[in-house]
Design a binder for this molecule. Structure first.
Ligand code: FES
Length: 348
């Protein structure tokens, strides 16, 4: 079967799957929409996890940056799946090895429409947004959706904070960015209850979708708590890990939210602990940078795993701290929140 003239056939060799990719759509998006899962994370051209080897055919690299895709890589036939579009029929192979039969559920990327059913200020410059979808969206804990700003071609990524058992009611934690088109210009200004919202998802590969034998440390900065909340709720319900230790960092108490929710969860589950940490305020809880508090609490992290979500500086400090405590690098999972120019998860 030949593809329509404005699209090209794209074949993923090792998966023996073929789809049609519109000439103006990224190869990654076309595959995810056709239920062909490929490694990816940011979908914004910054992380490099979607690199693909072009075995046959020609691609347009579009906005792929030299930082993520070097000149040498392009010359060697490597492309970013989330940026490249087809110029001809293609045969491709993901650079990152993955096992399609590893037991991790994969969910098809789809467009969705929903209604705003809750919109509350829950901390300084942070809003809770709850959207009731017209059609359910299957996702893994830790994944995100891309919300479209009405009347523009701007989209912003926000992690689902609810567990994946709630497929029709999505919870997002929105951080306000001064002057941000999505937040100051819409979600913190004119968006209201009952408004309709367009989004697409799920996206990303951060999370703990299957059972692991080792205890886990979860570290969130700001609204980096959102995917961790989804992971914690899912993991406790399905016994995914023997112990879960959640750390949430903020500057002052005004930055914390869901404190009572997690304290209740701690009372209900012996294997769950919760430590909110403040870096700029003395109080009766943990004080200091969240990653330093983790270091104090764990003299050794050997044999543990970690899930980190927050600003790049926090992630960098956290990864260093965990490695210093002997955590194996392959057990450190991370999701960076970048600024709007990079537009990663929970961007303004
Ligand atoms: S660079 Fe393509 S998913 Fe991150």
């Amino acid at each position: 079967m030949s593809a329509p003239t404005d699209s090209h056939q794209v074949r993923i060799q090792s998966l023996e799957r073929t789809t049609n990719c519109p000439a103006d759509q990224s190869i990654l998006e076309a595959c995810l929409r056709d239920d062909i899962w490929l490694p990816h994370s940011c979908t914004q051209g910054t992380c490099g996890s979607c690199k693909m080897k072009v075995l046959d055919g020609e691609v347009a690299h579009n906005d792929s940056s030299e930082y993520t895709l070097t000149t040498e890589e392009r010359a060697a036939g490597i492309a970013l799946g989330c940026q490249a579009t087809p110029r001809s029929p293609l045969v491709l192979e993901p650079v990152e090895q993955f096992d399609p039969d590893d037991g991790v559920p994969r969910h098809q990327l789809r467009d969705h429409v929903g209604t705003v059913v809750a919109l509350d200020d829950i901390a300084r410059d942070i809003r809770l947004l709850v959207v009731e979808l017209d059609e359910p969206m299957e996702f893994n804990p830790g994944q995100y959706a891309e919300i479209l700003v009405p009347g523009s071609d701007v989209a912003r990524q926000y992690s689902m904070a609810n567990p994946p058992s709630e497929t029709s009611r999505l919870e997002f934690h929105i951080r306000r960015a001064p002057g941000g088109v999505a937040t100051d210009g819409w979600m913190f200004r004119s968006l209201g209850l009952g408004d309709r919202i367009e989004l697409k998802g799920p996206l990303g590969d951060f999370g703990m979708p299957v059972v692991q034998e080792e205890p886990a440390i979860l570290i969130g900065g700001g609204t980096g708590l959102a995917p961790l909340k989804s992971i914690v709720r899912h993991a406790l319900t399905h016994d995914l890990a023997p112990e879960l230790h959640l750390y949430h960092g903020g500057r002052t108490e005004q930055d914390l939210y869901d404190v009572e929710f997690f304290r209740d969860l701690e009372r209900e589950h012996d294997r769950f602990t919760y430590r909110p940490c403040l870096s700029e305020q003395d109080w009766d809880g943990a004080t200091g940078m969240v990653t330093d508090v983790v270091l104090q609490d764990f003299p050794s992290c050997r044999g543990l795993s970690a899930y980190l979500c927050g600003p790049p500086a926090m992630i960098e400090a956290g990864v260093k701290a965990l490695k210093r405590r002997r955590m194996a690098p392959r057990r450190i999972h991370r999701e960076e929140f970048l600024d709007a120019s990079h537009a990663a998860t929970a961007a303004p």
